[in-house]
Design a protein around this ligand. Structure first.
Ligand SMILES: [Zn+2]
Length: 209
């Protein structure tokens, strides 16, 4: 398909923004350059994504990465749970930001706590973030139509104070999905479940894991 990855697109947008803005202050230009570099460097194994990967791995979940054949190239794909996980940057994907249409040339947008749209060339950024949000929605719709569940994890939910809670909640959701999908099977094999109950509980030394 020759489609560039979302992080490459983000990097290009930041560079384009920098080149197009003759009136950008040097501080803002510096910021744009830095975010372009960051986006380029972070094209693989970004920190938030690694937190999710390690957190789920430690909890026993197994997954594939950047599935190229699925819409939106989900960051993690858990086939057993029929679930795609997207780890989204709060700025690029406009977390908690409602993007209104431009009304009478007036643009009224409230920044959210984790997505602050730059004041300079605001319309450029609003258009860019709006496109990203629309694309996210489209891709998740396609995945749902194919029978996949989607979980979006936001960067701000992975800061140290919230990280464990977020990972626990993802694990809970995955297990819930699995149970729902397999409820019919559990009902058809009650004997087997009883047998399993007779087995001793596993005693893992989690300190060593
Ligand atoms: Zn956020």
């Amino acid at each position: 398909m020759g489609k560039s990855s979302k992080r490459q697109r983000h990097a290009k947008a930041a560079i384009k923004q920098e080149q197009s803005g003759a009136c950008i202050s040097s501080a803002e230009s510096e910021q744009a350059r830095r975010s372009a570099n960051m986006a380029a460097i972070r094209s693989k194994d970004t920190k938030p994504e690694m937190i999710v990967r390690r957190g789920l791995w430690k909890r026993g979940f197994r997954y594939r990465l950047n599935h190229k054949r699925l819409p939106g190239h989900p960051d993690l794909v858990l086939k057993k749970y029929r679930t795609c996980i997207f780890v989204n940057g709060c700025f690029w994907h406009g977390h908690n930001v409602a993007l209104p249409q431009i009304d009478n040339g007036q643009l009224t947008i409230d920044n959210s706590a984790c997505c602050k749209i730059p004041k300079t060339n605001r319309e450029f950024w609003v258009a860019k973030i709006r496109r990203n949000k629309e694309r996210d929605k489209e891709e998740q719709k396609k995945l749902a139509a194919m029978g996949w569940h989607c979980i979006t994890v936001w960067e701000c939910e992975l800061k140290p104070s919230k990280r464990e809670e977020t990972l626990e909640s993802i694990a809970f959701t995955l297990n819930h999905i699995w149970l729902q999908d397999h409820q019919a099977k559990v009902v058809s094999y009650p004997k087997r479940e009883e047998e399993d109950m007779q087995m001793p509980m596993a005693a893992e030394d989690i300190e060593k894991v």
